[in-house]
Design a binder for this molecule. Structure first.
Ligand code: NAD
Length: 310
């Protein structure tokens, strides 16, 4: 079975590619490398440097994928406020283009990367899939619209799908410059011998899920969870202070963060209920925070050493 991964040169996409290869799928990647890197793709995986908003029919006709895992997107919440049209083009029009190609080329199923940002400020915790959709960013809004497009395609063209709403994903290859990557930012600062900046009292919580668990959920969604919208998180609320404590234990160094006032608009607490994903995908996250952080710290240390060697 052949899987086309859009955005497969990116942080999460590249881990999905690896998980698919490990599960004996044939994998093809399309990515325009706007934020992704060629070095993230295993050498034997076929790669097309192409934009998902452009003419993608030739690629589909040539490769005839059985499944599409659609990760390519504009992923920055803050950038979505600067240029909402770009989010619209990338996340809605790009998705529509992929959906049309899927229908024209008889793709069996599309798995879509959505986000907890579609919920906005939680009205209750943990956030389940029935929680109201009240996005507070153009990023969340664009992803919510893309989800609706997928629904309509499923109804009108019988295209199967799974929509996976990811919590805060962390792990190797995350870009420390992305504002979603607080763990990557902290680790990079620590490796550079600098203090990380902590906004507010550090008691704000998030649901941090290790990237390899997200990749496994995507692989599981090829065969399970058809026509489902599923939260992909750990179900555990972790505070920023807890992250700092765990990183101090792992690195063996005390961490004294630089304190800054809380940022306006930051959500206080967030955690996703993952029961439905566990049931429908026959999946559960298997990396504890400690294990995931250890692997992530190790990755950034290796990268730093490689950088020093030139
Ligand atoms: P990323 O920026 O590392 O990956 C996105 C990839 O898509 C990059 O390789 C980029 O080059 C590619 N891309 C972007 N626009 C493209 C286009 N028009 N045509 C072709 N390729 C294009 O980001 P990521 O964190 O790996 O995000 C992957 C997916 O997961 C996204 O859809 C994102 O919205 C979703 N998501 C991420 C998080 C998180 O915490 N990182 C949380 C929720 C949802």
């Amino acid at each position: 079975m052949k899987v086309l991964v859009t955005g497969g040169a990116g942080f999460i996409g590249s881990h999905i590619v690896e998980a698919l290869v490990d599960s004996q799928y044939e994998v093809v990647v399309v990515d325009n490398l706007v934020t992704g890197h060629l070095k993230n793709i295993p050498p034997h995986v076929r790669f097309y440097q192409q934009d998902v908003r452009g003419n993608i029919d030739d690629l589909f006709a040539k490769e005839e994928p059985d499944f599409v895992i659609h990760q390519a997107a504009q992923v920055s919440v803050s950038h979505s406020f600067i240029d909402p049209l770009y989010d619209c083009e990338e996340n809605i029009i790009g998705t529509l283009n992929i959906l049309q190609a899927c229908v024209r080329h008889n793709v069996k199923k599309v798995v879509f990367a959505s986000t907890a940002a579609v919920y906005g400020n939680p009205v209750y915790l943990p956030v389940d899939e029935a929680h109201p959709l009240q996005p507070i960013s153009f990023y969340g809004l664009s992803k919510g619209h893309a989800e609706k497009c997928i629904h309509i395609f499923a109804e009108t063209h019988h295209l199967d799908y799974s929509i996976l709403r990811y919590a805060n994903v962390y792990g190797p290859r995350q870009d420390a410059r992305g504002e979603a990557g607080v763990i990557a930012v902290f680790i990079e600062k620590l490796i550079q011998g600098e203090s990380p900046v902590m906004f507010g009292d550090g008691k704000q919580t998030r649901d941090f899920i290790f990237v390899k668990d997200v990749a496994r959920a995507n692989v599981a969604a090829l065969t399970n969870g058809n026509r489902e919208i599923l939260n992909i998180g750990t179900g555990q609320e972790i505070s920023i202070l807890e992250i700092i404590e765990q990183l101090a234990t792992i690195t063996g160094k005390p961490i004294l963060p630089v304190l800054r006032p809380g940022r306006e608009g930051d959500i206080r607490s967030s955690v996703l209920q993952n029961d439905r994903a566990q049931l429908m995908l026959q999946w559960s996250p298997c990396h504890s925070l400690q294990k995931g952080l250890l692997e992530t710290v190790h990755y950034y240390q290796q990268e730093s050493l490689a950088g020093m060697r030139g």
